[in-house]
Write a new protein. Structure first.
Length: 213
């Protein structure tokens, strides 16, 4: 009697691993080719799976893409967990901690940022459901930055004349934009330098200007 539950559990584990393999391939392909140019046939070849088996896991490309968005979001959330109680730090130190963590994450997984940037560009006018899913995730990241900026304004560390909401979206868009731009020029442009410069410009831009003596 014990064999049936064990076999069922093994099948579930295999199915879960297969699903993760599919999502990993999807993230890389969508980041490289975009949503519109990537087909289910491309994905099935990338993971060496028959199209029928792929459709068993994800009936449509949209289903697969939405699952990839959620999976990648959870990966990003886990990547920022090591920051721990960073919210107890001053606003400037919080901003630096987030910037450094984002820098390390995107250096290790450039495709994460490019995935979000590519889908944001394509889905806005092509697929309402995908666009909404991307907006939801990016809005969560922007909300964290907005909260941080408002905190810095309350403590006097950040400029009062900066709109926190629009500044947060500009900062987030800046990271994604520089990542895509550097990827285009990767043969002649190092990854770390433009990301570091962007972080410096951001911190300087929202920081309280020095008082004239």
């Amino acid at each position: 009697m014990a064999r049936e539950p064990a076999q069922r559990e093994l099948k579930q584990e295999r199915a879960a691993r297969t699903r993760m393999d599919i999502l990993e391939a999807a993230i890389h392909l969508f980041a490289r080719r975009g949503f519109l140019a990537t087909t289910m046939a491309d994905l099935s070849r990338a993971i060496r799976m028959t199209p029928g088996a792929l459709y068993w896991h994800f009936p449509t490309k949209e289903d697969l893409l939405l699952a990839a968005i959620e999976d990648l979001h959870q990966r990003c959330v886990r990547e920022f967990q090591p920051l721990g109680n960073y919210r107890e730090l001053p606003a400037q130190a919080q901003f630096q901690a987030i910037s450094e963590r984002a820098h390390l994450l995107l250096r290790e997984h450039r495709e994460y940022g490019i995935f979000f940037a590519m889908l944001a560009a394509e889905a806005a006018d092509a697929n309402d459901q995908v666009a909404e899913a991307i907006r939801d995730k990016l809005a969560l990241y922007a909300a964290t930055l907005e909260e941080l900026i408002r905190h810095g304004q309350e403590t006097g560390e950040f400029r009062q004349d900066v709109d926190a909401l629009h500044a947060a979206h500009s900062l987030l868009g800046g990271f994604l934009g520089v990542l895509v731009h550097q990827n285009l020029f990767r043969a002649s442009m190092d990854f770390d330098l433009p990301m570091s410069v962007l972080s410096l410009l951001m911190a300087t831009g929202i920081g309280t200007p020095p008082t004239a003596e």
